[in-house]
Structures are given as structure tokens and as C-alpha cells.
Design a protein. Structure first.
Lengths: 156, 282
């Protein structure tokens, strides 16, 4: 329990340790802590900025989507109008075509009727000649009466 | 426990005495350096206290400087994180108290805190382990906890005391320091018939302030010494119980963890407070 030289030895040891701590321990540790503090502060600020720009981008993209939707609607409307137009045109063209076809068919029918009539006329005259032949067989020589017969056939 | 010392039967008194005895080397009357017969000799060194405290100081310095050397501002390793927690804790404690600029006070506080903490922590090693190891190695006495040696605590508080004097004189000048010692707390009369009383008042002030000044290192060291010595003594008494010491020993050790930390913190904080008071302008 006596006071002795240990006291001085301990004081010297303490001075040495404190000096060492002041010189080699405290400054680098403090520097690291302070640097990290600024880094964290910077990081937080950057995150803040990122959040802000994200918000801005979100607003912008919303606007773009709205615009695009509007455009799409107008394009759709135009397309509908155009389709209606095309249908109307088609209808008109179809009607015209039908008219034309009808006229042509009528003409053809007319022609056919004439031809058939002509044919019928021939056949009827042949039939008439044949029947007249049969009637006249005994009295009329075909050769002598040929000119009468052909006149008759021409009249038929 | 008491009879397991390896030197034959030993009374409780001898066991306790043995545990409280430092390993000493001193210069005898005839100029020779001798071991362990040094009672009352001021030219003596408590080898065990000095050795253990220096070993612990080097341990602190080595661990922390290793962490400091490798410290990065990026994400820290676990040990660096621990060091930074301690450093940050000390730094905020110091900044709360000391408002001036000083490159010394914060590292001083860190060194005091960690060093005293490590020295106190030796108290938690079972009291017989290191002394018995020492005996096996031929060392007759070994007092394991340096802070149970009044020389160690007083040595530290004297260093703090000189720092207090240095800071006082630096911030107030020698005149200011002397004025602080002599003109408080009773202001001496400067003129008239009271002038005769002035020297007495100054002497009274000086005695009062000197006592107040000297009480600082004394209380600082004796508080730490008293706490640790009492704690160690109780550990020794508990060890005397032998086989049945465990519950008591455990309880006291748990309580002692608190004391160990608290005393280290108090020593550090009071050092900072004294230096703050010394460097404050009045």
C-alpha cells in the first residue's frame, strides 16, 4: 500500500500511451468516421434526388400515356369513318354493276328470243311444207311447184 | 481453496495477505536491489502492477491502432465498427462537456477509458488463476488487477493533475491562475482599514483553493482504487469459501461488470470535467 516509484512509472506509461493514441489512433478513426458521415449524407441526398427525378419521370410518363390514348381514340374514329365511307362506295358500285348486268341480260334474252323465233319460223314452214306436201302429194309435183313452195316458205 | 496453494497449510489470513502482496523490487539501504522485502521503502517498483498495466496498455494501443490503420470510410469490419462505437461514445461524451478546441482531450479520454477498463477487467479473472500460474513459473507474488494498486491510480491521476495545471495556466496565464487560487472565494478588500486583513484573507483563500485543487487528483485516484480494491478483496473472500463459492462468485462478478465499466467511465469523465474547468475562462 506504500507509495513508491511505481507511481512515476505509471505516469510515464500513461503519457506514452496517450501520446500514441493522440498520434496514431484517434485521427485515422475519426477521419474514417467523418468521411463515412459525409458519404452517408451524400448518399441520402442522392437518394432524395433520385426520388424526385423518379416522381418527375412518373408524371411525364403519365402525360405521355394520356396523349397516346387520345391519339389512339382519334385514329380509331378516323378508321371507323373511313370504313363507313368504303362500305357506302361499295354499295354504290354494286348497285351500278347490277343495273349493267340486268341490261346486258335483257339484251341477251331479246337476242335469244329473236333467234328462237327465227328457228321456230323455219321449223313451222318446214312443218307446213311437210303437211302441205302430204296433202298435196298426189296433186302437186314438188318439182313443178317448187317456186310456189319456196315463196311460201319465204313468206312464213 | 486456501489449502490448495501448494505451500502446505495456509491460514485464511495468510491467503488474503498473499493475494494482496505486490511483486516488488527495491533498493535496500546498502544500495543493492532486492526482491520482495520492501515494506516502507519508497525506492521500490511494483513489478506486477507496472507489467500488467503496460501489457494492457500495449494491448489497447495495438488493437486500436490496427483497427485505425485498416479503417476505411466504406462499410467497416466488425472490429472497426466496435472501435468506432467506442471512439464515437468517447467523442460525444467529451463534446458534451468540453466545448473548446483541443487535440489532446478526446484521445486522452479514450486512452484513460479503455486502459482503466482493461485493468479493471482483470478483476473478473478468477483470483487464483494467474497467481498460481505465476507460482508455477517461479513468481512468488502476483497482484493481478493493477487498479487495486494505489500507485497505479495515483500515477494516472497525477498525470491528469499536471494537465489540469497546464491547462489552467495556458488559458488564464500564471497571474490568472494565482489569482484564482488566492482571490476566491472571499474577495480581499483593496483599500481602507480592511487592507490589513487582506493577507489573512488571501492566505485563507489559498489554503482553501489548494485543498480543493489537490483534492481533485486525490479523489480521482482513491475512488478508483477503493472501488477496485474492495471488489478484489470480496472476490478473495468469496474464493475462501472453497467449493461453495460459485453462486456468490457469479453474482458478485455480474455486479462487478457494472463497477468495472462505471469506474472506467467515471475516471474518464471526471478527467474531462477537470480539464474543462481548468480551461474555462472566468
Amino acid at each position: 500500500m506504500d507509495i513508491n516509484l511505481t507511481l512515476i512509472g505509471q505516469s510515464i506509461a500513461m503519457i506514452v500511451f496517450v501520446w500514441f493514441c493522440m498520434r496514431f489512433i484517434w485521427p485515422p478513426v475519426m477521419k474514417a468516421i467523418e468521411e463515412r458521415q459525409t458519404q452517408i449524407a451524400d448518399g441520402l441526398a442522392a437518394a432524395e434526388r433520385g426520388q424526385q427525378s423518379l416522381d418527375r419521370a412518373k408524371a411525364e410518363s403519365g402525360q405521355l400515356v394520356d396523349e397516346a390514348r387520345k391519339q389512339a381514340t382519334s385514329i380509331l374514329d378516323q378508321a371507323h369513318a373511313r370504313a363507313n365511307e368504303i362500305i357506302a362506295d361499295g354499295k354504290k358500285a354494286g348497285a351500278k354493276e347490277r343495273e349493267r348486268q340486268l341490261v346486258a341480260a335483257a339484251a341477251e334474252i331479246e337476242q335469244e328470243a329473236n333467234r328462237v323465233r327465227e328457228e321456230l319460223r323455219g321449223q313451222v314452214s318446214a312443218i307446213a311444207v311437210a303437211s302441205a306436201e302430204k296433202i298435196l302429194m298426189r296433186e302437186i309435183d314438188a318439182k313443178t311447184h317448187e317456186d310456189i313452195l319456196s315463196k311460201l316458205a319465204a313468206q312464213l | 481453496m486456501a489449502s490448495e496453494g501448494g505451500h502446505g497449510p495456509q491460514t485464511s489470513g495468510e491467503y488474503i495477505q498473499h493475494h494482496l502482496q505486490n511483486l516488488q523490487v527495491c533498493r535496500a539501504e546498502n544500495g543493492e536491489w532486492i526482491w520482495n522485502h520492501c515494506a516502507g521503502n519508497p525506492i521500490a517498483i511494483n513489478v506486477d502492477s507496472i507489467a500488467i498495466s503496460v501489457i494492457l496498455g500495449v494491448l489497447f494501443v495495438w488493437l486500436f491502432s490496427r483497427a485505425a490503420k485498416k479503417s476505411t470510410s466504406g462499410s467497416p469490419g466488425k472490429f472497426q465498427a466496435f472501435v468506432e462505437i467506442v471512439v464515437d461514445f468517447i467523442d460525444s461524451s467529451v463534446k458534451d462537456t468540453f466545448h473548446g478546441k483541443s487535440r489532446l482531450i478526446a484521445p486522452l479520454a479514450l486512452t484513460i477509458f479503455m486502459w482503466v477498463f482493461l485493468m479493471n477487467l482483470m478483476d473478473l479473472i478468477p483470483v487464483d488463476w494467474l497467481p498460481m500460474l505465476g507460482q508455477a513459473a517461479g513468481i512468488p507474488y502476483l497482484k493481478v488487477v493493477p487498479t487495486t494498486d494505489v500507485n497505479i491510480t495515483f500515477g494516472m491521476s497525477i498525470a491528469v493533475f499536471f494537465l489540469v495545471l497546464f491547462y489552467s495556466i495556458r488559458s488564464k496565464g500564471i497571474g490568472g491562475f494565482i489569482a484564482e487560487l488566492t482571490l476566491h472565494p472571499i474577495a480581499p478588500p483593496l483599500k481602507g482599514a480592511g487592507l490589513i486583513a487582506a493577507p489573512f484573507i488571501i492566505a485563507f483563500n489559498f489554503i482553501l483553493e489548494s485543498v480543493a485543487l489537490l483534492a481533485k487528483p486525490l479523489s480521482l485516484s482513491l475512488r478508483l482504487f477503493g472501488n477496485m480494491f474492495a471488489g478484489e478483496l470480496i472476490f478473495i473472500l468469496i474464493a475462501l469459501l472453497g467449493l461453495w463459492q460459485l453462486p456468490l462468485h457469479f453474482g458478485w462478478a455480474v455486479f462487478h461488470v457494472l463497477i468495472v465499466t462505471l469506474q472506467a467511465f467515471i475516471f474518464m469523465m471526471l478527467t474531462v470535467v477537470y480539464l474543462t474547468l481548468a480551461s474555462e475562462e472566468h
